[in-house]
Ligand binder design. Structure first.
Ligand code: ACM
Length: 516
């Protein structure tokens, strides 16, 4: 049946169930709404309510997000304990139907499905994808579509990386210069030898737009985890409010190149107030229990040897300015906890020892996650080695320019998030997340290419039982699943054959001399 991610158990029945325009749904109204939202556009069926409808959704005592789906010749029955379980059951139903129902207009194909019983539940509670809208702003409409595609793969977490050296994307009512000045850069250097494209780039999301994105995602089983990044990667913020930097006189400029910049936050009480003000605004928009604070790649060059910063560290009873980031992250962790939220940070948050009460996102490599789990911390496995989808998807010469590295789809599929962790600590691993850093992805089209089908493999690692993992079997299923992505108009990278970007598109090749 080519379901992806692979369900826990599938038992084929006999006969088919035919969808027709008389099909009625017997379900609690909120659950009927989930079914209509996901099925009506592609099937054209109204799925009106009726107590004796042949499509039944009912509550059952099942684990979070789990569902049971039974299809017989005269009935479809879904059981679940929560909204997410219903969402995932309907997503499975969409995959059982012909791929044409994934188009945004009603399909005229016969809509019949083979009878089957499916029992399904996720392996991990955190199945995430991170999108960096800082390096390249993605139009709001693209984010709604992004959510639709994550939901098809039963992802439940969308980390939105909202701030970067190259652009600030979160509207602040209290600090409006952030979006007025910090959301634009003068141009972009599109590869390392580039002199710059001479084209301004920018954009930000209003709070109202983000509120609607949050609601849209929530209706589809997805929590948006927002990230405002501190104390490094803040050039866009310093461009708007130079007084928050260590060298206000220096004339900060939102970055036009990529990398790690020495300019970081000056850890004064005033800066802390601004940070808390911004998080206060953020928390009003994003109800997520988890809030990502960044914390990676924060050089201390502006702090060490700087008399003002040395004094600040001493006043706070710290051994030296290199302790200031830890001091800051602890304040932020406690501030979030007082508001019922939990801090998530890149694994540098533990460089001065495990930060208790925080969730570690292990990115540099899995060993940072293993160490955090062994110390009793909660961990998301997000290692560059398997989950960095800015890395090249192949070593072909005709890939477009990217940041480096190599993460093929089969490599993604080989990720085992609990490797190196004793069985009694497996529950410390909340899940896994893939990352789309967009330095060299100016458009959604390019994001599609880098994300799919690698995310198809990653979604299965996050959802399915590892005992059944089999690359050859997955590849066959993936080939069929790609027909679904075709139906949705996804610019994925085919595992074989010409790459879609070669049929059009813009951007330098990986090796500019490849076609000489
Ligand atoms: C990261 O890639 N700097 C988290």
């Amino acid at each position: 049946m080519n379901l992806l991610p692979r369900p826990t158990s599938v038992t084929a029945g006999s006969g088919t169930f035919v969808f027709d325009h008389d099909l009625r749904i017997a379900a609690p109204p909120a659950w009927a709404a989930i079914a209509r939202r996901l099925l009506t556009p592609g099937t054209g069926l109204d799925l009106l309510p009726a107590d004796d409808g042949a499509f039944v959704i009912s509550e059952a005592d099942l684990p979070p997000e789990a569902y049971r789906l039974e299809v017989t010749p005269d009935k479809i029955t879904i059981s679940a304990a929560d909204d997410r379980g219903v969402n995932w059951a309907i997503q499975t139903l969409r995959q059982l139907l012909p791929p044409a129902v994934l188009r945004p207009a009603p399909s005229t194909d016969d809509q019949a499905i083979d009878c089957v019983t499916i029992e399904d539940r996720p392996r991990f509670g955190w199945r995430g994808v991170m999108l960096d809208v800082g390096r390249h702003f993605m139009p709001l409409g693209d984010l709604f579509r992004f959510v639709d595609l994550l939901a098809l793969h039963k992802y439940n977490t969308f980390q939105l990386h909202l701030t970067e050296d190259q652009g600030w994307r979160f509207e602040s009512k209290k600090y409006p210069k952030l979006q007025r000045l910090g959301s634009w850069r003068t141009e972009t250097k599109r590869h390392l030898d580039d002199h710059g494209d001479g084209t301004p780039h920018g954009g930000f999301y209003t709070q109202d737009q983000l509120r609607s994105l949050v609601r849209y995602a929530e209706q589809r089983g997805i929590t948006i985890v927002p990230e405002l990044e501190f104390p490094g990667h803040v050039l866009s913020l310093l461009t708007a409010y130079p007084e928050l930097g260590n060298h206000p006189e220096s004339g900060y400029q939102t970055a036009t190149t990529f990398g790690i910049f020495p300019e970081v936050l000056n850890m004064t009480d005033d800066a802390l107030t601004v940070v808390f003000d911004l998080y206060t605004e953020l928390l009003e928009i994003f109800p997520s229990r988890y809030v990502h604070v960044g914390g990676d790649e924060c050089p201390r060059t502006e702090w060490i040897g700087n008399p003002a910063t040395e004094r600040l560290a001493a006043e706070r009873g710290l051994a030296g300015p290199e302790q200031l980031q830890r001091w800051f992250t602890e304040r932020l962790r406690d501030w979030l906890a007082e508001r019922g939220r939990q801090l998530v940070g890149w694994d540098e948050i533990n460089d001065e020892g495990l930060l208790e009460g925080a969730v570690t996102m292990a990115w540099r490599n899995s060993s940072y996650g293993v160490a955090a789990a062994q110390g009793g911390g909660e961990v998301i496995m997000a290692p560059t080695s398997h989950t960095y989808f800015d890395y090249y998807p192949s070593d072909d010469h005709d890939e477009q320019y990217g940041i480096g590295g190599l993460v093929t789809t089969d490599r993604v599929y080989s990720l085992e998030p609990t490797d190196g962790i004793p069985a009694e600590l497996h529950d410390r691993i909340l899940g896994t997340q893939c990352q789309v850093w967009t330095e060299y992805m100016p458009t959604t089209r390019r994001v599609d290419y880098m994300l799919y089908p690698r995310a198809c493999a990653h979604a299965e690692v996050a959802w399915s039982d590892p005992a059944d993992r089999d690359w050859a079997e997955f590849s066959t299923r993936l080939a069929q699943h790609l027909i679904r992505l075709d139906a949705q108009g996804v610019n994925y990278r085919p595992e074989q054959g010409p790459h879609p970007w070669q049929q059009g598109g813009t951007g330098p090749l990986r090796r500019p001399d490849a076609h000489k």
